[in-house]
Design a protein around this ligand. Sequence first.
Ligand code: HEM
Length: 248
Amino acid sequence: MLVSYPWNQAEMDAIPNQSLRGFEIIWFAKWQLEQVCQGIVSCADIIAFAARDSVSLTGGITYDVPSGRRDGTISRASEALANLPPPFADVNTLTQMFANKGLSQDDMVTLSGAHTIGQSHCSSFSSRLNNFSPNSSIDPTLDSTLASELTQQCPQHNTDPKTVVPMDPVTPNTFDVNYYKNILANKGLFTSDQTLMSINATSALVTKYAQDSATFMSNFAAAMVKMGNIDVLTGTNGEIRTWCHVTN
Ligand code: HEM
């Protein structure tokens, strides 16, 4: 980990953030911007633009992202722990944690669709397999074929940070509605994915999105803009960081 601000307790150091990758892309974009317009574009805006570009470049929707965010001057690991839902969360916990941020249950189902791309470490779903502790058994809501594949990919007690599995093994690098199709087939990777089938309100939307890509894409874009407006710093609040990994 390159970052240690302050005393290894910055947001990036929090346990749920230790698996994050790709910071060099953000730093490179920031470096290029600083060459042409120094101190103007925040790291917060660059991250929002990078998320938009990731969706677009992997075949999803292209959408406009409002800009003008400023960067925080405080970074606390404890805030990440308190605010990020864990992969073992059930639908009620997820709904509550999103509501705490002003996001609806539909927004939660919609934004979870981002798990159609990207990769996960074994530790995020190993509690659903049966090879990690003597008395554990396979989560009954996990497809048995996928469970055996995951058990092979994640041998017992594997904590190797280099071992990752695709979250959507069917089309891992394409932003599509396969995430929802997987869930309908009991192939959601995390408890927090498969739990969307546990109540009617969320399972109905999973079923709709699996069949209606256009509705998913436009709802996803709107939900991303909504999420990107949460607790934004503007005006004289915060700062424009010179380097994204530390405050000025
Ligand atoms: C619903 C609550 C959510 C939970 C519990 C959750 C949990 C997780 C976990 C555990 C991982 C894997 C981390 C690892 O082991 O490396 C992950 C990866 C990922 N999540 Fe989520 N997530 C949630 C919502 C979201 C949202 C709202 C988005 C974006 C709109 C998102 C986008 C991603 C992406 C793109 C990855 C892949 C990262 C990579 O390839 O390195 N997730 N998520």
